[in-house]
Write a protein that binds this ligand. Structure first.
Ligand SMILES: N[C@@H](CCC(=O)N[C@@H](CS)C(=O)NCC(=O)O)C(=O)O
Length: 210
């Protein structure tokens, strides 16, 4: 058995899919926040957060795993939140990577674009980045019966990541993904939001407000 600390700033950010995977799996964890980031940064594998601090309950040995995608996949494999078929699992990984691409694109627009250029950059994101993303995801979801799951029949880390991406996108670009503009993607959002453990998490004080 192992104990987990999700080490990140007090926000959802790049840690939220990690938390969603742990919540969906029903695995307890603590949140750990930096007390003095400048001092702590150099102790991390790549000088960044999130990290997962894994403590072996028997030996008390700790391992710090960095890089959000690696952490998410480690936990998803460990707690059976990946597709059983290896090809479906790889296709799921490709969906996850496309989510990272679009999330990184909007982060660039909103946080790294000079204010004067931001409105045009947001319009460009809405008109050029978002439509092919929605189209590609809709095609995959429709191929699997449009039930809010990308491959096969069970929830995986991919749907959790998509839920989180929709939440973030809609916060940064209001109405980016809605039941009307992207109904198949919205079904993923609904499916995850109604998962019993996720529903409980979303109503709990463990959920970060931003
Ligand atoms: N590829 C990394 C990126 C991590 C990253 O950009 N972390 C940011 C916060 S979201 C960070 O630690 N920023 C503070 C710093 O670099 O000093 C991942 O996905 O985990």
């Amino acid at each position: 058995m192992a104990s987990y600390q999700v080490y990140y700033f007090p926000a959802k950010g790049r840690a939220e899919t990690i938390r969603l995977v742990l919540e969906a799996a029903g695995v307890p964890y603590e949140n750990k926040y930096p007390a003095d980031w400048a001092a702590e940064k150099s102790s991390l594998p790549f000088g960044q957060l999130p990290a997962l601090v894994i403590t072996d309950d028997k030996t008390k040995q700790t391992t710090t795993l960095a890089q959000s995608a690696a952490i998410v996949r480690y936990l998803a494999h460990k707690y059976n939140l990946v597709a059983a078929d290896p090809l479906d699992a790889a296709l799921g990984d490709s969906v996850f990577e496309s989510i990272s691409d679009v999330t990184n694109a909007i982060i660039k627009v909103v946080f790294r674009t000079p204010d004067a250029e931001k409105p045009a950059a947001i319009e460009q994101f809405k008109n050029e980045t978002l439509p092919p993303f929605v189209k590609a995801h809709t095609a995959l979801l429709e191929k699997n019966g449009n039930k809010g799951i990308y491959f096969g029949n069970k929830i995986t880390y991919v749907e959790l990541a998509v839920f989180n991406a929709i939440e973030s996108l809609n916060k940064l670009v209001p109405d980016a993904i809605t039941p009307t503009t992207a109904p198949a993607l919205w079904k993923v959002h609904e499916f995850v939001a109604n998962h019993d453990k996720i529903k409980a998490y979303l109503a709990s004080p463990r959920l970060h407000s931003r």
